[in-house]
Design a protein around this ligand. Structure first.
Ligand code: E4P
Length: 217
């Protein structure tokens, strides 16, 4: 399973990247706003740091301007994936940009039907939003499962990029289902290490190390 980091914060990306945990990065307008940085400048910095795909989202809503923005974004670096919304115009932009040989991430996916359209338009990645479905009492994980089934039924090679991840359980469940990629905030990725029995076991070992004065160095 590939790990993308869902942030535009350079330090957080660098920390995980140093551990080999970063296969790519996703950003969106809200994350760019949070960073307080210029989109082109911060995206270039991320691309210099990370080898894998870096998603940068268009701002327009009409296909022609999305295509023009996408063409500008791909000039930043070879590893840019242009992110377009799952609208009819977004699908037109996806088709043109992917026909031109660029990676395209179709975002804001909330249904299997939308995911089918994105695959047919040549999307490299489809981003179903788990957390936002859970927020309205729908089952985000069921959508990941359904898209996996449908893509496998027809051999679509669009990669399922499980997005809007809010908890470590979303990551484990995405892995069980067979999502190709997860994108998660750095804090959620780091929280994967936590287990109370690890803490309890380590405390007992440390107590014995102290009692027996065990030393290695
Ligand atoms: C990533 O590509 C998405 O934009 C992101 O995961 C959305 O997450 P949110 O629903 O927590 O804002």
């Amino acid at each position: 399973m590939k790990f993308f980091v869902d942030t535009a914060e350079i330090d957080a990306i660098a920390e995980l990247n140093d551990l080999g945990m970063v296969d790519g990065v996703t950003t969106n307008p809200s994350l760019i706003k949070k960073s307080g940085r210029d989109i082109i400048e911060v995206t270039k910095e991320i691309c210099d740091l990370v080898d894998g795909p870096v998603s940068a989202e268009v701002t327009a809503t009409d296909a022609d301007t999305m295509i023009a923005e996408g063409r500008k974004l791909v000039e930043i670096a070879e590893n840019i994936a242009v992110k377009v919304p799952l609208t009819w115009d977004g699908l037109k932009a996806c088709k043109t940009l992917s026909d031109d040989g660029h990676m395209v991430n179709v975002t804001l996916c909330f249904s299997v039907n939308q995911a089918i359209l994105a695959a047919k338009a040549g999307a490299t990645f489809i981003s179903p939003f788990i957390g936002r479905l859970d927020d309205i009492n729908l089952d985000g994980m069921e959508l990941i499962e359904d898209i996996r089934t449908v893509y496998d039924n027809y051999g679509y090679d669009t990669q399922i990029l499980a997005a809007s991840i809010r908890s470590v359980n979303h990551i484990a469940d995405s892995a069980r289902i067979g999502a190709d990629v997860i994108t998660a905030p750095p804090a959620v990725i780091k929280a994967m290490v936590n287990h109370p029995l690890t803490d309890k076991g380590l405390a007992a070992f440390l107590s014995d190390i102290k009692a027996a004065e065990i030393k290695i160095l």
